[in-house]
Design a protein around this ligand. Structure first.
Ligand SMILES: Nc1nc2c(ncn2[C@@H]2O[C@H](COP(=O)(O)OP(=O)(O)OP(=O)(O)O)[C@@H](O)[C@H]2O)c(=O)[nH]1
Ligand SMILES: [Mg+2]
Length: 343
């Protein structure tokens, strides 16, 4: 799992990456791409940490990639480094925009480049398929021959592939192309210090089904450079209630269809990351292979029940709120789980 940060030159990619991961990618010379983890903010997790006061605190984390190559090499480096990214954060520079109308143009400039890049891949593949049309087709060829004309039409209309209703099988068959526009995208508008409202106006124009967030990277970079005790005051002085970079991380996490469940105890409180729709044994396997192999049952409490019953297994158990679930159970976001296994 990985999220690539893309954007026009000097749009604030590295600044955003640094705020989210705490790494200084701009100082890591000689690496074309820097990868770093960001902790996913979650008030439920914070509450559990408060209750258990554990030795080890392990929040959910997701990896972001920042391509640091610039100039002529940049596009190749982006292609190579981000070909495996599952999702994209597309940052748009609104902080140097003199006119609101410039912001959509800047967004479209890169969006169109990505569409064009996909279009070339589709055309190449269709040409090759046409040349070998008389030979017997592999199942993969047949899938491509059936699906690609629809993709071509979509791209020719200037639309991203992610908007097409493709089946899981079709998506799987298209994986090897590493299309840009098939991957989910989060739009991040890097706003000027004095006018955060630019983001809202632009994001509204993209439509409600395009996830987007406004953030002023400059302010947030300043914020995280402060000792944590002084941050609240700094935010207050700017009339802001909470930092936005946490929302970017959270939105990127949801964008990839990920959820987390918790394991709790005095030794460690940990958020485990799984794709939504994961069955209990697979979810257990994220902790250890043995948990999946020897899965017996999962003792599960919903987060709200857990808190309402005093924040302990004994509490939920005594109130009849601890469920015992089997192999077919699909783990839900925020559940507190203890796996029973035997190997
Ligand atoms: N005023 C202002 N400046 C910003 C903001 N975000 C980034 N910058 C500045 O803009 C410049 C470019 O930021 P970077 O984060 O390096 O942008 P980038 O997209 O990584 O740039 P390249 O990797 O060179 O394409 C830096 O000088 C930042 O300090 C912002 O919100 N407001
Ligand atoms: Mg950069």
């Amino acid at each position: 799992m990985e999220i690539g940060i893309i954007g026009l030159p000097q749009s604030g990619k590295s600044t955003l990456f640094e705020i989210m991961t705490g790494l200084k990618s701009r100082e890591m010379h000689g690496e074309a791409c820097v990868r770093g983890f960001a902790s996913v903010p979650d008030p439920r997790f914070e509450r559990l940490v408060e209750i258990f006061d554990p030795v080890k605190v392990s929040p959910a984390r997701i990896p972001f990639s920042d391509v640091t190559a610039t100039g002529e090499k940049a596009w190749n480096a982006v292609r190579q480094s981000l070909s495996g990214a599952d999702g994209i954060v597309h940052i748009v520079d609104a902080f140097t925009a003199l006119d609101l109308a410039e912001v959509p143009n800047r967004y479209r400039k890169l969006a169109d480049e990505l569409i064009l890049s996909d279009l070339m891949i589709v055309e190449n593949r269709m040409e090759r398929l046409a040349k070998t049309a008389k030979k017997p087709m592999t199942p993969q060829d047949a899938l491509h021959a059936a699906v690609l004309p629809g993709l071509l039409e979509q791209l020719n209309r200037g639309k991203p592939l992610r908007e097409l209703p493709l089946s899981d099988e079709e998506k799987h068959g298209l994986r090897s192309f590493s299309f840009w526009t098939i991957r989910p995208e989060l739009v991040v508008v890097n706003t000027p210090e004095d006018d955060p409202s630019i983001a809202d106006a632009f994001l509204k124009s993209l439509g409600s089904d395009v996830p987007g967030i406004g953030i002023c990277c400059e302010i947030e970079a300043e914020l995280i450079s402060l000792p944590s005790g002084e941050r609240a005051e700094f935010l207050q002085s700017l009339g802001i209630t909470e930092a936005a970079f946490g929302r970017v991380i959270k939105a990127a996490f949801s964008l990839l269809g990920q959820i987390s469940y918790f394991t709790v105890g005095e030794d460690e409180v940990k958020a485990w990351v799984i794709p939504a729709g994961t069955r209990a044994p697979r979810a257990a396997g994220v902790i250890h292979n043995d948990f999946e192999r020897g899965f017996i049952k999962a003792e599960i409490a919903g987060y709200d029940d857990f808190i309402a019953c005093g924040g302990s297994y004994a509490g939920v158990k005594s109130q009849g709120k601890l469920r015992l679930e089997g192999k077919e159970y699909i783990v839900q976001d925020g559940e507190i789980i203890n796996f029973r296994f035997n190997v």
